[in-house]
Design a protein around this ligand. Sequence first.
Ligand SMILES: NC(=O)c1ccc[n+]([C@@H]2O[C@H](COP(=O)([O-])OP(=O)(O)OC[C@H]3O[C@@H](n4cnc5c(N)ncnc54)[C@H](OP(=O)(O)O)[C@@H]3O)[C@@H](O)[C@H]2O)c1
Length: 410
Amino acid sequence: MTLIARAAIRQLTTRVSGAASAVPTSARSLSVLVRSPAIVTNLPRASLCRTVLTFNQHTRGLKTIDFGGTKEVVYERTDYPPQKLQETFKNDTLTVLGYGPQGRGQALNLRDNKLNVIIGSRKGPSWDKAVKEGWVPGKTLFEINEACEKGTIIMNLLSDAAQSKLWNQIKPFLTKGKTLYFSHGFSVVFAKDTGVVPPKDIDVILVAPKGSGTTVRNLFLEGRGINGSVAVYQDVSGKAKERAIALGVGVGTGYLYETTFKQEVYSDLYGERGVLMGAIQGLFLAQYEVLRAHGHSPSEAFNETVEEATQSLYPLVGANGMDWMYANCSTTAQRGALDWYRRFYNLNRPLFEELYESVANGTETRRSLDKNSRPNYRAELEVELAEIADHEMWRAGKAVRKLRPENQKQ
Ligand SMILES: NC(=O)c1ccc[n+]([C@@H]2O[C@H](COP(=O)([O-])OP(=O)(O)OC[C@H]3O[C@@H](n4cnc5c(N)ncnc54)[C@H](OP(=O)(O)O)[C@@H]3O)[C@@H](O)[C@H]2O)c1
């Protein structure tokens, strides 16, 4: 992505969050690298919400954004107030299947937007959680078949593996005129592996929030909205796009970027295996272990690898971009970073190509379906997760985090 494109996204994020980028902060001055640690937003919640409301009144109609020379249409929440959503879906029953992070976050937001929403879940932890959060068995909470029967819009927020496993059970309820909704292109795009081929006479749409369901819910409660992608796979009614956008706002997004099912799933699988999760853990670990091998203490290795990154530099990069970061660090750091990023780039570019290919040819999907559908999936997963959690780096991290001022008991 070009610097200009990033600047456009930052501008939108700033508008959505109401972040006032000129507000100085004194709290995040941990880094000796940073010459001018001035620009991370650190507004108290109340003033943040006030800023959002004021700002939104002035940004209605914002639609086409120039992302580094490419113009893209972006839909915004302010054009879909709750009354409009209620009018759009006044004849619908929205069935949210699954009450995992996304099912929960999206369903609660829909409920708060006063839409007619019910949950479909199997009995177990999700069902129990839904009951605790006010969904009433027999009224707003049902077993999956009954919920599908009642719904006119079936929002499939089961785990991706369960979407494939339960497809033959759900499919008979997807009758003419209904809408099928996903938050991931996974099941439909990789139909050869998942078996999920929607009937031809229904609308099929996607809204994929760019973050976990917990963030979807929390940002909504703060009066903000998470960024999301919106796509249409089948438009039988002629209204699929408009309804997808409205539903996206209903579930709690602030800005919706247009995509396709295929582009959404490719970029999502690629990103989480890459810089969002896989690559970053690999880099953290490699840097930490080399420091330890050369006699640095765990605290020093952790601080220099993770703590300074997440507490000082990444918030600044998030607020202002890496271009700003490079221009606003010590000349020593600047020289080293300019020289070394190219070497990391040269080494990693082929690996990212390999990763993209592995996503595009379905290898990642098949592996995920295979691993996550096994009966002993939980137990196997726990072993792998424990390996990460038990590593000295993240154990050292626990101790370092306890020392943060906000975690010190008074
Ligand atoms: N997490 C994210 O950041 C994110 C972001 C955007 C989109 N999405 C997409 O949103 C969808 C939901 O993801 P998620 O993160 O909310 O949670 P998830 O962990 O993928 O799904 C959890 C839900 O699926 C249910 N489930 C699993 N196996 C089942 C089975 N065999 N029968 C019936 N129910 C079953 C679980 O019920 P039990 O509690 O009973 O097991 C739980 O309610 C996925 O398509 C995902 O790709 C996720």
